[in-house]
Structures are given as C-alpha cells and as structure tokens.
Design a protein around this ligand. Structure first.
Ligand code: ADP
Ligand code: MG
Length: 152
C-alpha cells in the first residue's frame, strides 16, 4: 500500500480509497495530512464505505469531532469493530481529553484521523500516514507511508 499515487478526479481518489480499505485490518489507524480541499474527507468516506460504513452516517454533515460510521462489515468474517473518523481541525488543545481516544483507538476498531498534523503527538506509532496534495485543479498527489517514518 505504501507509495506515491496520482489521481485525476474525485472518483479516482475514491477508487484508491477502496483499494486501501482492502489492505486495512482491525486496530489500524490512518492519519491524513493535507490542506482544505485536498481530498481527505473524500478518501476517508470511500475507505469507510468499502469497510461497510453506514452511508447515512458518512453522508450526514456534522460538526462533531468524532464520527462513528458504525460496525466494520466484511463478507469474509464476522467483525466486532467499528469505524471512526476523528477531525482535529477545530479541536482545541483542552478538548483532546474529551475525545475518548482510548476507547476509539481500540484494537478492534479502524480509525481515520483528519488534520493529523495538528496534534501529531496523539497519533500512535504504527499508524499509516496519507499525505494528499493538490497539484492541479483536479489532480492530487497522494503519498502513503508509515506514520513514524520521518519527522513531521
Ligand atoms: P478535505 O477533506 O481535504 O478538505 P474534501 O474531500 O472535502 O477535502 O474535498 C475535496 C474537493 O476536491 C472536492 O470538492 C472534490 O470534488 C475535489 N476534487 C477534485 N479533484 C479531486 C481528486 N483528484 N481527488 C479528490 N478530490 C478532488
Ligand atoms: Mg475534510
């Protein structure tokens, strides 16, 4: 899964998200870095949908810091974990405690963290890092690597 990818449309980014979903397993944390409009939410929704997220949950606009997309659903096995999406964009330092990270970053769950560079200290070692950069109107460079592979 690690590597550099280029997508030329929103749907190509979503398709890449589906491939990433197939590589993820329970306990994985995926940390996203990229400016506003890069495509972080687009990719997270595609991955979450491929993991069986409730479409109504991913579609609903919400100002909550933590989105619960429901149980992981796969044909191959019975899953007990849930899909979470944390958005750190509006999080104030004093609110980190309120996230309930210990419960969310459980070994059964799969968790996406948007704006991970805002509070890199809360991203556990072993997380996957996805950097998305807008390199043209509809062009995005997407780099997938290990979170702790270099400095932030
Ligand atoms: P973020 O969460 O990073 O702020 P969003 O996913 O909400 O970004 O928005 C990305 C925007 O960029 C959407 O309006 C989408 O249609 C547009 N877009 C254009 N090209 C692409 C691409 N190749 N990949 C992802 N999004 C794209
Ligand atoms: Mg977003």
């Amino acid at each position: 899964m690690n590597g550099e990818y280029t997508t030329f449309s929103e749907s190509e980014t979503a398709a890449l998200g589906e491939k990433i979903a197939a590589e993820l397993s329970e306990g994985d944390i995926v940390a996203f870095i990229g400016n506003l409009g890069a495509g972080k939410t687009t990719m997270i929704k595609a991955i979450a949908s491929a993991l069986g997220a409730d479409e109504r949950e991913t579609a609903s606009p919400s100002f909550a810091l933590v989105h619960d997309y429901g149980p992981i659903r796969r044909e191959s096995k019975e899953d007990v974990g849930r899909i979470f999406h944390i958005d750190l964009y509006r999080l104030e330092p004093g609110e980190i405690e309120q996230l309930g990270l210990w419960e969310i970053l459980d070994e059964d769950n799969i968790c996406f963290v948007e704006w991970a560079d805002k509070y890199p200290e809360i991203i556990p070692r072993g997380a996957v890092r996805i950097d998305i950069t807008r390199t043209g109107e509809d062009v995005r460079t997407i780099i997938i690597k290990d979170w702790n592979s270099d400095e932030h």
